[in-house]
Design a protein around this ligand. Structure first.
Ligand code: NAI
Ligand code: MG
Length: 338
């Protein structure tokens, strides 16, 4: 029976890359049905709500969502809907693969996966100003929250992911040398969980700053990486840079019951409506979705065809040095699946 998923085309280039991705999904033999819903600026314009109830209900019912980028107004207006969805469904694991797809970049054959804790750390938003001598903003304070529960489930997720995907090693990156309580707890819990996987998946821990340098000088030493929220935010962009940028980077946000797959890039207002956006990031996210719902065959076909279309400068989109527009690229991918 076809799996029904919620689709949020999103803002800016979102509808263009979503349309391309759905065409590719249909051609791949994926057995999916779609419930399309609004969010973000599109939600405000049509339903006066950046995160309409029917959108949330659809995600809750289907437990799987494919989401295009959503515009977050700067300064005023509503808060990030991306963050709101992660919170609403407790999507605690942010899975960000970095895989070389365009040859001739800084490195060839990079194949890494970063697992970022998505709910704790400094992102809990416990912050305030401290007034001093008439200056209401003399200082500011943010609280980093690490719980045993949160650390344990993210590190366990990383090990289970490594096992399920035939990966050899998990690296836990931390700053326990300085932040002895928060980062110390994360590291201690990580080491405990690692013991359960001894003999199955290798484990190492590294200090976060050294990890950043090592990722640039010798990325092949890594396999799966796991870390708390903000470190993961920063290093996942670094890793996207290793393979040619955000336009090629997919992401899964996984919870106990629900999962949301999204492009890592934003709504790209500078090129929206021009038909030139690269759909690869969202299409790779859709391939992750297919793996998640137990349809690995069409996922594999899509990845192989994307590799083919990106390998040839003639068929690439402009952001990665080609001349193809979104539709040309999409048709190449579909042709390569036949
Ligand atoms: P952006 O990722 O939208 O754009 C950065 C640059 O990359 C632009 O030059 C854009 O043209 C290019 N680009 C991005 N995706 C591309 C694609 N698929 N093909 C070709 N070129 C592409 O980042 P920006 O401009 O900082 O943010 C724009 C809006 O997107 C903001 O409102 C921001 O809040 C939102 N945003 C949403 C995200 C999400 O929904 N997960 C993530 C990041 C930003
Ligand atoms: Mg980020």
């Amino acid at each position: 029976m076809a799996k029904t998923i919620t689709v949020i085309p999103g803002d800016g280039i979102g509808p263009e890359v979503t349309e391309a991705t759905l065409e590719i999904l249909d051609a791949s033999g994926a057995d999916l049905e779609y419930e399309t819903h609004l969010a973000g600026v599109a939600g405000v314009e049509q339903l006066k709500n950046p995160i309409p109830d029917e959108t949330l209900e659809s995600i809750r019912r289907n437990a799987v969502c494919l989401k295009g980028p959503l515009t977050t107004p700067v300064g005023t207006g509503f808060r990030s809907i991306n963050v709101a969805i992660r919170k609403e469904f407790d999507l605690y694991a942010n899975v960000r693969p970095a895989l070389t797809m365009v040859p001739g970049g800084r490195y060839e054959d990079i194949d890494l996966v970063l697992i970022r804790e998505n709910t704790e750390g400094l992102y809990v938003g416990v912050e305030h100003y401290i007034g001093l001598e008439g200056d209401p903003r003399a200082a500011a304070e943010s609280v980093m929250i690490i719980t045993r529960f949160g650390a344990e489930r993210i590190v366990r997720y990383a090990f289970e992911y490594a096992k399920a995907n035939g990966r050899k090693k998990v690296t836990l990156a931390h700053k326990a040398n300085i932040l002895k309580y928060t980062q110390g707890l994360f590291l201690d819990v990580g080491r405990e969980v690692a013991k359960e996987f001894e003999g199955e998946v290798e484990f190492e821990d590294r200090i976060i700053d050294a990890t950043a340098m090592h990722l640039v000088t010798n990325p092949y030493d890594f396999d799966v990486l796991v870390m708390e929220n903000m470190f993961g935010d920063i290093l996942s962009d670094l890793m996207a840079g290793l393979v040619g940028g955000l336009g090629l980077a997919p992401a899964g946000n996984i919870g106990k019951d629900t999962a949301m797959f999204e492009a890592v890039h934003g709504s790209a207002p500078d090129i929206a409506g021009k038909g030139v956006a690269n759909p690869t990031s969202l299409t790779l996210s859709a391939a992750m979705l297919l793996d998640h719902v137990g349809q690995p065959e069409p996922a594999g076909r899509i990845r192989k065809a994307l590799h083919g279309a990106l390998a040839d400068p003639e068929t690439r989109t402009g952001d990665v040095g080609g001349r193809a527009n979104t539709q040309d690229f999409t048709q190449t991918v579909i042709r390569l699946m036949e």
